[in-house]
Structures are given as structure tokens and as C-alpha cells.
Design a protein around this ligand. Structure first.
Ligand code: URA
Length: 444
């Protein structure tokens, strides 16, 4: 086989066989195909796409480029949850404890924030003492014992994806549905869970800017998961607004604790409850139970909060944060954005909110940048809400006073005000299931 012929085949709209896809990935990972030829192949895929069979084989080739986590030592149903990345998205830290309280085992490997989106690991590490670097043995023992663990991805999980992603990033080939789907699902499949629920973000703060593309990405990922023998479902959710009121790291942990205490903003609560119900439904499809009621009971009874405290303690953090949030890092400086007139917030550009938070020190531009755990934003008023002149719209927090002015003016530029009542948009835009369940469809 020659890579030249395979580039030409894809360029001309051909379909690759399993052997051809294995050859491309294996040869690239072992250094036998140079970056410039894989770049040409990626661009051909970008324009010609891949069939569902090709996308599954491509994903399997990425999975087999590295280690696969063996979770068989853990009793019960092992579940995973993934979000395609957003602003204010702390759902994994809420859904994990909820489903663990309902008897599932959440074994999750997460990533760090980059650019305008936050990362679960950075949020968790804002808890003093907490480590996300567990060995595979410690990870498995913790999930077996307390029902959940959230750790950093090990270096050997889908190394083919790591290499390919770095190349896509600099060759304008990131935003291709089969390439994104294969990249995300290769890591999910290698992480070993039986059940996967995906949260595909859609809107100004997400990869997918419209519902049609987001549903296509969701369906492609669900088909890969099901094709690889894992029960998989996806929600397509609105990322035309930050999720919840808090953006940052330590500040998002305070909102996690709020929701686990049965309080907190309605949008965040709704999404976490629906994601948790979907995981329970996939784990027990025949039982016909009221999963929403089960989830709400796990929260109102305090069981989910207790699971969160157990996870924090097991990973070396101080579990008393659930009772006393002042243990979390506190910012040195703050500023406010005040409404200058009466009106309605009709829109907030989500990416701009994420960038403003990053400018305060909560995010990073390069993977090795240091973040400030206490930096971030609290949104007092959000999209669809009425505001009165003189009201606080948002508070900004940082440890570096020199960062405040630029971040404040960035955040101010995110708001769009109108005089008339603003329309409120649904949060959950679609639910996507395996095709043969014929349940796929738009909710709105
Ligand atoms: N996240 C990933 O892991 N891969 C992509 O291609 C896009 C987002």
C-alpha cells in the first residue's frame, strides 16, 4: 500500500477499506508517513467526508494505536459522560456524583481547558490538595469502592489521535464531523466504559454553530459508540449562553456544590438531571422507572453531595468544602459590570465570556500556561433576563489587578441589550439515540 494512492483515492471521493485506514494510522503513529502527506489526506477527508463504516474503522484504528483501559475488575455498569466543550460547563462534576448515588460506576478521564473553554481537571484541581493524577490501579480501586473517579487522561490513550489532532490544529482540518467524531470517540472507547452519554454543544461558544451540524455530529458519535458495542446516546444542547452563573475554576466548584445541595441555577440543574437520567435509562432500558424522580431524590436526599465529598477525599482534597466554600481559593481583586440602562439581555456571546474569563487568569492560551484557580466571572444577570439601570450584571475576579480592565471591557462586549422582552431559547435542542431505536429527533 502507498500513502500517495490513498490520498488520491480520498481526494477523488473514494471509500477506504478497514486495512487502508489501519495502514494510514499505524504508519503515521510509527513515523513511517510524514506530516505533509497526512496533512494532505486530512484535507481530502475534510472535503470528501467519510462513510459511517469508514468513520467507525478510523476510530477503531485510533483506539488500537494505544492502551485500552480494562474496567472489568469493577462490579456493575461502568458509565462515562463527555461534553464537546463549553463555557461554564461543570456538568461532569455534578452528573458523576448523582449517577454514583444511583448505583452506577462513573470512571471518567477528563481534559484541561484550552482557549475559551474550561476543563474539568482545572476545576477539580482548584480544590486544595486534590490530585487528578491517579495510577490506573488507583483509578479502578476508587471507582470500585466509592462509585466514581475523575482523573487526567493517561498519555497512552489513543496516541494516534493526539498526533493527528496536533496536525489538524495547524492545517485547518479540525472542524470536520468524521474527524471530530473519531477523535472524541477514540478516547471514550479506549477509556473502557459500557455506556457513554455525550453532550454536544451548539452555538456561539461551541464547535458546531447550528443544530443541523450538531445533530449530525451527535449521530455520528452515537453510531460509532453503538458500532463498537457500547450503549451510546447524545443530547444536543445550547451553548449560545454560558451554562450556569459561574465561569472559572474554584467559582464553578461553588456552583457544583450548590446544585448538589439542590439549589443553583435552573439551566445547570436541568441539564445535569437530564444527562444523569439518560445514563440511568441506558443502563436499565427495560425497567420503565421514573429516572428523573430517582435523580432528584439522589440530590434532595444529600446522597449525591456525599458521593462528591467522598471523591474529593479519595483524591486527596478537603471534603469539608461541601460545608465551607471559603476553603476554596479566594481572589485578591474584583470588579463589577453595572447596567447603564433598563432593558433585556437578548444575547450574550458565549465565546467572548469564555475569553474574558481566560483573560482574568482562569484559562490558558497554551497547554503549559499556569492558571489562577480563583479567577473567573459570576453572572448576576443572563440571556433572556430583564435588567434595571444600576444593577450589577456581573462580577469579575482575579489575583492580578492589571488584568481586570481589559477583561471587563471584553465581557461588556458580550452583551446584546434590547428594549423589548427577550425570547428565551430551549436548553436541550435534540436527543439522539442509536438509529435502530428510531428515537432520533429534534425536541424543538
Ligand atoms: N475534541 C477532541 O477531542 N477532538 C476533536 O477533534 C474536537 C474536540
Amino acid at each position: 500500500m502507498r500513502i500517495y494512492d490513498l490520498i488520491k483515492k480520498k481526494r477523488d471521493g473514494g471509500t477506504h477499506s478497514k486495512e487502508e485506514l489501519r495502514f494510514i494510522i499505524d504508519s503515521y503513529v510509527s513515523g513511517n508517513i510524514p506530516d505533509y502527506q497526512i496533512s494532505a489526506w486530512l484535507m481530502a477527508v475534510y472535503f470528501q467526508g467519510m462513510s459511517s463504516e469508514e468513520t467507525l474503522e478510523f476510530t477503531q484504528a485510533l483506539v488500537q494505536s494505544g492502551d485500552q483501559v480494562d474496567l472489568s475488575a469493577i462490579d456493575g455498569v461502568k458509565v462515562d459522560k463527555h461534553s464537546t466543550g463549553g463555557v461554564g460547563d461543570k456538568t461532569s462534576l455534578i452528573v458523576g456524583p448523582i449517577v454514583a448515588a444511583c448505583g452506577l460506576k462513573l470512571a471518567k478521564m477528563s481534559g484541561r481547558g484550552l482557549g475559551h473553554t474550561g476543563g474539568t481537571l482545572d476545576k477539580l484541581e482548584a480544590i486544595p490538595g486534590l490530585s487528578t493524577e491517579l495510577s490506573e490501579r488507583e483509578f479502578i480501586e476508587q471507582v470500585q469502592k466509592i462509585g466514581l473517579a475523575i482523573i487526567g487522561q493517561t498519555a497512552d490513550l489513543a496516541p494516534g489521535d493526539k498526533k493527528l489532532y496536533a496536525l489538524r490544529d495547524v492545517t485547518a482540518t479540525v472542524d470536520s464531523i468524521p474527524l471530530i467524531a473519531g477523535s472524541i470517540m477514540s478516547k471514550k472507547l479506549a477509556a473502557g466504559s459500557d455506556i457513554i452519554v455525550l453532550d454536544v454543544k451548539c452555538g456561539s461558544g461551541a464547535f458546531m454553530k447550528n443544530v443541523k451540524d450538531a445533530v449530525e455530529l451527535a449521530q455520528t458519535m452515537v453510531d460509532i459508540g453503538e458500532g463498537a458495542g457500547r450503549k451510546t446516546a447524545a443530547l444536543v444542547t445550547d451553548m449560545d449562553r454560558p451554562l450556569g452563573q459561574c465561569i472559572g475554576n474554584a467559582i464553578e466548584i461553588t456552583e457544583v456544590i450548590q446544585v448538589l445541595k439542590d439549589e443553583g441555577p435552573e439551566d445547570l440543574r436541568e441539564l445535569c438531571f437530564v444527562l444523569s437520567s439518560e445514563l440511568l435509562k441506558l443502563a436499565n432500558p427495560e425497567s420503565g422507572q421514573d429516572y428523573d424522580a430517582l435523580v432528584r431524590e439522589a440530590v434532595s436526599s444529600g446522597k449525591a453531595l456525599d458521593c462528591f465529598a467522598q471523591m474529593v477525599a479519595a483524591q486527596g482534597g478537603d471534603p469539608h468544602i461541601t460545608q465551607d466554600i471559603s476553603i476554596l481559593p479566594q481572589p485578591k481583586y474584583s470588579a463589577e459590570i453595572i447596567a447603564v440602562q433598563d432593558g433585556w439581555i437578548s444575547h450574550m456571546d458565549t465565546e467572548t465570556c469564555g475569553i474574558a474569563s481566560s483573560m482574568l487568569g482562569a484559562g490558558r492560551l497554551k497547554m503549559d500556561d499556569q492558571i489562577q484557580p480563583a479567577a473567573g466571572i459570576r453572572l448576576h444577570r443572563r440571556s433572556g433576563e430583564q435588567v434595571k439601570k444600576g444593577e450589577i450584571l456581573a462580577e469579575l475576579y482575579t489575583d492580578d489587578e492589571t488584568l481586570l480592565a481589559a477583561a471587563k471591557s471584553k465581557l461588556e462586549s458580550a452583551y446584546v441589550f434590547t428594549e423589548e422582552k427577550a425570547e428565551s431559547k430551549a436548553l436541550i435542542l435534540a436527543r439522539v439515540y442509536a438509529k435502530d431505536n428510531s428515537k432520533t429527533g429534534l425536541d424543538v
